[in-house]
Design a protein around this ligand. Structure first.
Ligand code: GTP
Length: 416
């Protein structure tokens, strides 16, 4: 390695000219091989009204058989149906999870329709965060269920977005990469479609709704991605039917007036969606999910439970310091609660004592009163007894007097 040709960079790192083969140019191959061995996973959320063509589109995209039976229009709440598939294309394995709304748009009050969807997205972030916070983490066999893309199905009214669409997208745009799609686009004429696309995009801008932008910072995809950004929302048509066109069998929808070929770019945007989603930007969708949406969730959650990177003095705070502070806070709170409980208990004891004392005094007063009444009663009885005895004495006296008088009287009669 010749020293004289070294370039000293500003950040003090020397760039050396290599003379010979070292082997680290094979590093990308190592990564590719490892990724192929591990396989890939991709999680898609389909949000759209009942019967708008969600399952058919996913089936057309991945050649799966998602649909089992038609959903009813009478669900009182929105539910989410989750299905996971193992797909293989040449030697690449893809674990695809499709989460589909059931009953979306069928309730009379649609104000909280976004809630189960937002809750589901958050729950997947929470599960990942919990795994991250474990001491013994096992990301190798962890099934990462975070949603990488939300395909939002817009009704082909040719008119404008519904308030349900705006409300839902507004409430989930900071949690997930949204790609808006005009579903069943065969229902709109070419002219109307262009106007409808413009109208949708201007409504999204007016309401400050962020949709996923295909990245333009990688020069290999800048051109295609920026052109595709200008064609959103994609107008898609789904079908699993094989229809004969000339001598070929193509996937399409047969109408009395002809065939709509799903994979014909002049008929609809299905191929554009498939290329953008699977071929060009799947990795970016996953990266955005991790670095933007999950990071936002994680940051909010950790803030909520009291973690911070800088203290009140704007100085960095270490995990240890936060842990100590939290421990102290918890200890102080326990002490406070214990003190409060003690005070409460003492007060209760005091109150009880007071009540008992009052009851005792009341009893004492009652006893004194009864004693007094009994005393008075006794005096009264004794007085009555005395009077009675006096009366008896007087009676005997009177009796004796009358007997004497009687004896004298009879003596006088005899003498006469
Ligand atoms: P639920 O799961 O019941 O909410 O329905 P979904 O949104 O999954 O719709 P699904 O794919 O079951 O399609 C409902 C009906 O619409 C079926 O009869 C499909 O054949 C039809 N359909 C699906 N995609 C299209 C399309 O692009 N254009 C037209 N015209 N019909 C479509």
């Amino acid at each position: 390695i010749p020293d004289d040709e070294d370039i000293q960079r500003e950040d003090n790192i020397r760039c050396l000219t290599m003379l010979g083969h070292f082997g680290f140019e094979c590093l990308p191959h190592q990564l590719v091989n490892r990724s192929i061995q591990q396989g890939f996973s991709f999680n898609v959320l389909c949000v759209g009204e009942t019967g708008i063509g969600k399952s058919t589109l996913i089936d057309t995209l991945f050649n799966t058989n998602l649909k089992d039976k038609k959903s009813s229009h009478f669900y009182s709440n929105i539910e989410l149906k989750i299905q996971t598939y193992e797909l293989q294309e040449s030697n690449v394995q893809l674990k695809l999870t499709v989460v589909k709304t059931v009953g979306y748009g069928d309730q009379i009050n649609k104000e909280a329709s976004f809630q189960p969807i937002a809750d589901y997205i958050d729950a997947q972030f929470e599960a990942y965060l919990q795994e991250e916070l474990k001491i013994k983490r096992s990301f190798v066999d962890y099934h990462d269920s975070r949603i990488h893309v939300c395909l939002y199905f817009i009704s082909p009214t040719g008119h404008s977005l519904k308030s349900l669409d705006l409300l839902t997208m507004k409430n989930i745009d900071s949690k997930v990469n949204i790609i808006p799609l005009i579903a069943k686009a065969d229902a709109i004429s070419k002219n109307d479609l262009q106007k409808f696309k413009c109208k949708i995009m201007s409504e999204l801008v007016t309401h400050g709704i962020q949709i996923y932008q295909f990245p333009t910072d990688d020069e290999t995809t800048t051109q295609v991605n920026s052109s595709m950004n200008g064609q959103l929302p994609f107008a898609v048509v789904g079908s699993m039917d094989e229809v004969k066109v000339g001598k070929r069998m193509v996937r399409g929808r047969q109408y009395p007036w002809g065939v709509l070929q799903v994979e014909n770019e002049s008929h609809c945007d299905f191929v554009k969606l498939r290329d953008m989603l699977l071929c060009t930007n799947m990795e970016d969708l996953k990266e955005q999910t991790h670095t933007q949406h999950y990071e936002r969730y994680r940051c909010c959650k950790l803030h909520k439970i009291g973690f911070t990177d800088v203290g009140p003095d704007n100085q960095p705070v270490s995990f240890q310091e936060i842990y100590e502070a939290k421990r102290q806070e918890f200890y102080d709170q326990c002490q406070r609660e214990e003190e409060e409980l003690k005070q409460k208990f003492m007060q209760q004891v005091k109150d009880k004592e007071m009540t008992l004392k009052e009851a005792e005094k009341e009893l004492q007063d009652k006893f004194e009163h009864l004693k007094r009444v009994q005393q008075e009663e006794r005096i009264k009885i004794e007085e009555e007894k005395r009077q009675l005895e006096e009366e008896i004495i007087n009676f005997y006296k009177m009796k004796a007097g009358s007997e004497t008088l009687q004896t004298q009287g009879s003596t006088n009669i005899k003498k006469d």
